[in-house]
Structures are given as structure tokens and as C-alpha cells.
Design a protein around this ligand. Structure first.
Ligand code: GLY
Ligand code: MN
Ligand code: MN
Length: 448
């Protein structure tokens, strides 16, 4: 069986460059050997599996998407990059599809050596012998942890032959997290494409929404737009939440019939070539915002503008959140949802009754991506090439002291931002966001 035609030929240069950078970091920290496995296949029921998704760290270094694969990187004077992967197997390939096999994989993915995964147990102790440090990522998969420890023990068993086992084990993810935080040009190009596909999906969802339809019908429009544009998966389970459901932050049932006069909150983004996008839009089911809906919507949008204005190199991580909270708190006071002074509301955190999450997170291969938010106890400074979401919201559950006009309104507006030298670039803004743009688009679909 031949290799399938690649819909987007993979340029292996950035993957090799990342392996080299990691090897340099390892060498600078005392050398050693890194071992990283991809994700295991997970059974869903009986002999059916969940759709397979590689491990992000593994993919970041290899570009390789088959299951049962391991990268070994040996630091030192003669660094070496090794891939273990499944052997070619005609019978298996007839049933389950193409496998590269070590020989083709070595060449295609730019490794120095490649071996069949069945050889891993036998070869790992040799790679670990006389190496000062084992770099790995424990605690994600028990079975993998057991295999790594078995390899360590196998080296220890050879002590009497004069072989010295690694005397320390380090988490390789700490270094990889730091590398992953700064997106290279290849990654940014993919993330921009993912953002465009998701933005288009949100437009499609707006056009399809009307009173009487079910939330899942709109979810189907999103999934159609993602997949038809070549994305492999949704980056996370889509939230399609109408009416009071929008006040449940992680609502995913998506099975309610939408009613005239309500808002629909959609938080959905595709994963393209291993990279996530993450967009939320909130809009009226009938195409026209009511008075109270518009007031709260404009407030959340103003909070997003305020947050965005704080994104630039040198600003610290929490500045956008603080800016959003201040605008929201003042607006909630003005609308009679909160009482007291702005300082008091901020100090006591009263706004958390209506805004209980943070304004963003790192975005990359994982929707809540790798990377520390604090360094040395202080919020980390933003730098060029970082990607984050900006997602203020407001969720009003019925309750004492809450004006009834606002009950059950839930709004979030979420865009994906790249930190640039000049400040920031929102890459998801093709999805309509202003009241005027949303209402205009929905008029196209025959609303109002
Ligand atoms: N969709 C997950 C989030 O917005 O964080
Ligand atoms: Mn998000
Ligand atoms: Mn989201």
C-alpha cells in the first residue's frame, strides 16, 4: 500500500529545528536523553476507539501523527534524534490503513535513526546507559510511566558491568512549555487558517439560527464548516447554548429548542493540523437584540476592547483581565446589577457573581495551551509571538436584587490574539461582532 497523498504537504524543517533547540537546552542543562511518547489509543466501547489524536508535545517535535510512536533525543557532543514507530504490516494496513514504517518515517520526518516500536524495551536501556539525566513527561499515562521506569531499572541492573544509570529525572515538558509559548511562523500561519475556518463557521451558524430550531442543528452547521474546510476535529466540544443555558459555562448538551427573543451563545473552534482556535459569539435567535440584551452586550464588548488595548509586548499577563473587570464592574453598577462604589466592587470581587472566569488563556496546539502564567511569583510579561484568547463575559442568573429584565442573559465574546511588535492582532474577527454587523448579517438570512 502506498503512502496516501498529503492534502497539505508537511514541511519538516520547523520540527527538526525544534528538536535541535530542545537538544541545545538539554545540553546547556547538563545533557542526557529525552524520551517522549505519543498519546495512546483510547477504547470507547468494546473494540471501537475514540478518534485518535496524537500527543501535542510529541507532535511538536516530530510532525508524526501515527499512534504507538516514541521520540528519543540524545544530547551531547554528537546529538542524535531517533524515532520508534510501528512496523509496516500488510494485514494491519488492509484493515486499519497506512503505516510509514521506520525506514520511510526516518526519511520523511528527518530523524537520524528509526526503529520499530517493538524494539523500544530492548533498546531504551542502551540509550540511557551512562547518561546523566533522563528527560521525560511522567504522570499522563500510567502504562507509559511503567515502561519508562522499567527501562531505568534495566540500566540500574547493569551497574555491576560498570554502566552508570541516569542519576536524575527531569520533566522535559517544562522546557517544551516554554518553547511552545512562542509560536514560530509555521505555527502562526496554521493558527490564522484555523481562525478563519472557525470565524466562517460562526457566520454560517448565525445565518442558520432562527426561533424553533434546535441547538444541535446549529452545532451541525459548525461541524460541517470545520470539516468541509479541512479541519480534522473540533478543538473542544462545541457549546451551543440558548437562553438560560448560556449561563452554564460548560454547557454541551446542545439539545434545546431555541425560542424567539432569546440569545444564543456559541463557543466553538476547529483544530487544524494540530492547532486550536477558540471563538465565542453571542447573538439574538431572531436577529434583533432587545434593549437589555443590547445593553449587556455592549458592556461585554467594551470590556473586550479595554482588554485588547492592554495587549502588547511588556504588558503583564493580568493587565487585560484587570482592564476587562474594571469596565464590567462599572457597567454592572450603571445598569443596577451591582451596588456600591467601583473600588468596593473590585475590592470585594462582587462582580464575580456575574463574571466568574478569567479573561483569557494561552492558545496553541491545546485550547488551554502550555506555558506558565507567572514567572518568579509575578505575572509574566507578554512577548511577541505569544497567542492568547480575550474572552470577557457576563452571566446573569435570576436572583435577589437582580433586575428581572436581565435574568437568564449569558454573553461571552471571545477572540484569539497574537502578540505583535506593535501590540496585538485579532485573528478571529471575520466572525461578526458588533451589534450592527450581527444584525446586518442576520437580516441577510431573512431575519427582522
Ligand atoms: N472554549 C474553552 C474556552 O473558551 O476556554
Ligand atoms: Mn477560551
Ligand atoms: Mn472558548
Amino acid at each position: 500500500m502506498n503512502a496516501p497523498t498529503e492534502s497539505r504537504p508537511l514541511d519538516i524543517t520547523p520540527f527538526r529545528a525544534r528538536r535541535e533547540r530542545l537538544l541545545e537546552r538539554m545540553a546547556a542543562a547538563g545533557g542526557g536523553v529525552a524520551i517522549l511518547a505519543t498519546a495512546p489509543e483510547r477504547p470507547r466501547n468494546r473494540d471501537a476507539h475514540y478518534p485518535y489524536r496524537h500527543d501535542s508535545y510529541f507532535y511538536y517535535l516530530s510532525g508524526f501523527t501515527e499512534p504507538e510512536a516514541v521520540v528519543v533525543l540524545v544530547a551531547g557532543e554528537q546529538p542524535s534524534q531517533i524515532l520508534f514507530c510501528r512496523q509496516r504490516d500488510e494485514e494491519q494496513e488492509i484493515w486499519n490503513g497506512y503505516r510509514h514504517g521506520p525506514e520511510a518515517a526516518r526519511e520523511r520526518f528527518g530523524f537520524d535513526e528509526a526503529w520499530t516500536i517493538g524494539d523500544l524495551e530492548r533498546r531504551l536501556p542502551d540509550f540511557l546507559a551512562n547518561q546523566p539525566v533522563l528527560w521525560c513527561g511522567l504522570g499522563y499515562d500510567n502504562e507509559w510511566d511503567t515502561r519508562v521506569i522499567a527501562a531505568l531499572n534495566a540500566v540500574r541492573d547493569k551497574a555491576r558491568t560498570g554502566i552508570i544509570p541516569p542519576h536524575s529525572v527531569r520533566d522535559v515538558r517544562a522546557d517544551l512549555d516554554e518553547m511552545r509559548l512562542f509560536k514560530d511562523d509555521t505555527e502562526l500561519a496554521i493558527m490564522r487558517r484555523a481562525a478563519k475556518i472557525s470565524a466562517e463557521a460562526h457566520r454560517r451558524a448565525m445565518l442558520a439560527t432562527r426561533p424553533g430550531r434546535f441547538e444541535y442543528e446549529i452545532e451541525a452547521e459548525l461541524l460541517h464548516a470545520f470539516r468541509a474546510a479541512g479541519s480534522q476535529f473540533p478543538a473542544y466540544t462545541s457549546i451551543v447554548a440558548s437562553g438560560a443555558n448560556a449561563c452554564v459555562l460548560h454547557y454541551v448538551e446542545n439539545d434545546r429548542r431555541m425560542i424567539d427573543g432569546e440569545l444564543l451563545l456559541i463557543d466553538a473552534g476547529c483544530e487544524l493540523d494540530g492547532y486550536a482556535s477558540d471563538i465565542t459569539r453571542t447573538f439574538p435567535v431572531n436577529g434583533r437584540f432587545s434593549g437589555p440584551q443590547r445593553e449587556l452586550y455592549e458592556l461585554v464588548l467594551a470590556a473586550q476592547h479595554a482588554a485588547r488595548a492592554e495587549i502588547r509586548p511588556g504588558a503583564h499577563w493580568n493587565q487585560p483581565h484587570e482592564a476587562a473587570v474594571e469596565v464590567l464592574a462599572q457597567g454592572l453598577l450603571d445598569l443596577g446589577l451591582l451596588e456600591g462604589s467601583l473600588d468596593g466592587v473590585l475590592e470585594r470581587g462582587d462582580y464575580r457573581r456575574f463574571y466568574m472566569h478569567r479573561t483569557g488563556h494561552w492558545l496553541g496546539m491545546d485550547v488551554h495551551d502550555a506555558g506558565e502564567y507567572k514567572v518568579g511569583g509575578a505575572w509574566r510579561a507578554l512577548e511577541e509571538g505569544m497567542v492568547l484568547t480575550v474572552e470577557p463575559g457576563c452571566y446573569v442568573r435570576p436572583g435577589e436584587g437582580v433586575p428581572e429584565a436581565f435574568w437568564n442573559i449569558g454573553i461571552r465574546i471571545e477572540d484569539d490574539a497574537v502578540v505583535t511588535a506593535a501590540g496585538c492582532e485579532f485573528i478571529t474577527e471575520d466572525a461578526p461582532k458588533s451589534v450592527a454587523d450581527i444584525e446586518a448579517l442576520m437580516r441577510e438570512a431573512g431575519h427582522g
